[in-house]
Design a protein around this ligand. Structure first.
Ligand code: FAD
Length: 403
């Protein structure tokens, strides 16, 4: 019987297993994950899990019974420390070895860490896993003053939860606006107002020099000398793909594990999916490393199809969401090269969209509180429709008719 080993027990791994089981895969599946927990969803960790609207049980993709019933061998709380491609086996942190015929890297990402005096104190948190979220939750329920370093999605989502728990929240950001890497300044300004109206303070064009305190933080010192009171600090400085294991084994790496459109690495029968990969996207004509649930799910379906010997090309327009307060931001496509931004809807009603185009070709859409038209927009971006700014801006235009 074919032996399949999957490294990393996150979103991508579980989707890959699901797809294989659905198609009655005849091989033996072994899943190795270095966290003690059953595989769980990460998005609620900075949203519903922190504000107690999603409990721990709801985070898990599957119960233990699912893995037992489907004969998936689980090794949790164990790391894969080495991969031997020649002898086709992996070595685990408990010194055992597992043989494989096919191997999947679903190793995800790790947080980018910052080093300055005080960065090692208790209650200075990063947020990647369930254990991180649990200790952040404890602090949010007992602290008064929170400093968030980084105004990206994770930092802002945590800031929103903390503000709703009546903490004094200050966000420190190196750039001059929130979510500066991904959205138009109009959306940054809208979200800045939203946070400020909920009591959050911001310090832009600033970096952190030091966190003062004995065992726990007392204050954060910015590079310009400003001192901000803090009982806890959250650092959201981005993520880095987990590629070392694959790289050490001789697999090609370039800002992620390099895979083709079928999820295969430069070695036959060795695949990768999810956050850890860098893949070619023919629709957008570029190589992408993505950090999203959609990518993890869809790319793992492709890897499963390759393992089942019925390869299906991975070719999708990326999309992503972020929840802050009662606002849903959804983003489809990549807006980087646009020459025109067109607003649809009314900012003052907290329901609007931005359409990004180049030479009238639609590249991307950001949607605030309009999931219905966002769904249609995903199709429009995929089809690269030509848009007319006046028509898009007209609220009576039926977007469906543009498909
Ligand atoms: P992961 O889910 O990270 O799983 C990888 C697993 O592999 C981890 O458990 C890791 O510990 C394990 N691993 C790594 N190396 C080894 C090894 N050598 N041996 C054994 N195990 C190993 N995306 C969205 O689209 N929308 C959102 O709103 C959103 N919110 C998010 C909020 C938070 C707080 C976080 C952290 C992420 C969020 N994301 C969101 C991103 C999304 O969760 C990730 O893109 C997705 O989890 C990627 O899945 P993955 O399986 O590739 O990686």
């Amino acid at each position: 019987m074919e032996k399949l080993v999957i490294i990393g027990a996150g979103q991508a791994a579980v989707q890959c297993i699901n797809s294989l089981i659905k198609e009655s895969y005849s091989g033996a599946i072994t899943l190795v994950g270095d966290e003690e927990h059953l595989p769980y969803q990460r998005p609620p960790l900075s949203k519903g899990f922190l504000d107690d609207t999603v409990n721990k049980e709801r985070l898990y993709f599957k119960k233990l019974e699912f893995f037992i019933e489907n004969k998936v061998q689980l090794h949790l709380g164990v790391r894969v420390e080495g991969v031997d491609l020649e002898n086709k086996n992996v070595t685990l942190s408990d010194n055992s070895k597992l043989d494989f015929d096919r191997l999947v890297f679903a190793t995800g990402s790790k947080v980018r860490t910052l080093e300055f005096p005080g960065s090692e104190l208790e209650s200075v948190h990063y947020l990647r896993g369930l254990d991180d979220a649990e200790s952040i939750k404890t602090d949010l329920n007992s602290c008064k003053n929170l400093v968030v370093i980084g105004a990206g999605y994770i930092g802002l989502e945590v800031a929103a939860v903390a503000a709703q728990k009546d903490l004094n929240v200050t966000v420190i950001e190196m750039a001059d606006r929130v979510m500066n890497r991904t959205v138009d300044p109009q959306i940054s300004n809208y979200y800045l107002d939203l946070h400020e109206n909920n009591g959050v303070s911001f310090k832009f064009n600033a970096s952190v020099k030091e966190i003062r305190g004995d065992t726990r933080p007392k204050s954060v010192i910015c590079s310009d000398g400003t001192e901000i009171k803090a009982d806890a600090v959250i650092i959201g400085a981005g993520i880095i793909p987990n590629t070392e294991l694959a790289g050490d084994a001789g697999i090609a790496i370039n800002n992620g594990i390099l895979v083709d459109e079928y999820g295969q690495t430069n070695h036959e029968n060795i695949y990768a999916c999810g956050d850890c990969t860098n893949h070619p996207n023919k629709l957008l004509n570029e190589n992408l490393r993505l950090e999203s649930v959609h990518n993890a799910m869809e790319q793992s379906k492709t890897v499963a199809s390759s393992i089942l010997n019925v390869p299906i090309e991975y070719s999708q327009v990326p999309w992503f969401w972020s929840d802050q307060y009662d606002h849903k931001l959804q983003i489809v496509g990549l807006s980087g090269n646009h020459d025109t931004v067109t607003m649809r809807g009314d900012m003052s009603e907290s329901k609007f969209m931005l359409f990004y185009s180049k030479n009238q070709e639609l590249l991307a859409v950001d949607s605030i509180n309009n999931p219905k038209e966002f769904l249609i927009s995903r199709k429009l971006v995929e089809k690269k429709v030509k848009i007319d700014a006046e028509m898009i801006a007209d609220p009576t235009t039926d977007l469906n008719k543009l498909i």
